[in-house]
Write a protein that binds this ligand. Structure first.
Ligand SMILES: NC(=O)c1ccc[n+]([C@@H]2O[C@H](COP(=O)([O-])OP(=O)(O)OC[C@H]3O[C@@H](n4cnc5c(N)ncnc54)[C@H](OP(=O)(O)O)[C@@H]3O)[C@@H](O)[C@H]2O)c1
Length: 163
């Protein structure tokens, strides 16, 4: 099973602020939706609560230390290992790790693949993506886009594979 991180980060590695995103980039939302559609997605409790309920057409695995946490229609687990175990038991080809910062930090060394949207600007934030160590991660694909009327920052869809 391929464990894939998917994230959008700025040039200074910001991924969020006040438990929300800090940019409006519909092209990235579309990419995210198309890439994760139909798949199992793993996320921290705070990222889950930053969304307006579960994302359609995806199966959610929420990680929390709160033993009584409930989210209708979602798996709730107490560790990253337990999240991967559910995905393994379902015999999935690929599982997506959706963040946020705490979860990326704890899974970047366990993941096989990363889909990173570079939002090519700097932002203030309080949630950060870990530094990508290029001696472990090989950039295998890059699709660059200019800013346009709907997407105010230049951006690139980048894929990395573990070396
Ligand atoms: N740009 C992007 O691609 C992207 C993607 C996702 C999220 N974000 C942003 O990231 C921010 C949220 O990130 P965050 O770091 O604050 O929160 P998070 O990683 O989403 O969730 C943290 C929570 O996960 C649980 N958790 C973490 N590690 C655990 C472990 N080892 N075992 C059990 N439970 C564990 C804990 O939940 P309990 O407190 O319930 O125990 C912890 O409080 C927001 O600003 C969001 O918008 C951005």
């Amino acid at each position: 099973m391929i464990k894939s991180i998917i994230a959008a980060k700025s040039d200074n590695n910001v991924i969020g602020k006040d438990n929300d995103l800090v940019w409006h980039m519909p092209a990235d939302l579309k990419f995210f939706k198309n890439t994760t559609k139909g798949h199992y997605v793993i996320m921290g409790r705070k990222t889950f609560e930053s969304m307006n309920g579960p994302l359609p057409n995806r199966t959610h695995i929420i990680i929390t230390r709160k033993l009584d946490y409930e989210a209708e229609g979602c798996f709730v687990v107490e560790s990253i290992e337990a999240a991967f175990k559910i995905a393994e038991e379902k015999l999935l080809d690929e599982v997506f790790i959706l963040g946020g910062a705490e979860i990326y930090r704890q899974t970047i060394d366990k993941a096989d693949k990363m889909y990173i949207t570079e939002i090519q600007s700097t932002f203030e934030g309080d949630a950060f993506f870990p530094e990508i160590d290029k001696s472990y991660w090989n950039e295998v694909k890059r699709e660059a886009h200019e800013a346009d009327e709907k997407n105010p920052h230049p951006y690139a869809f980048v894929e990395y594979l573990k070396r």
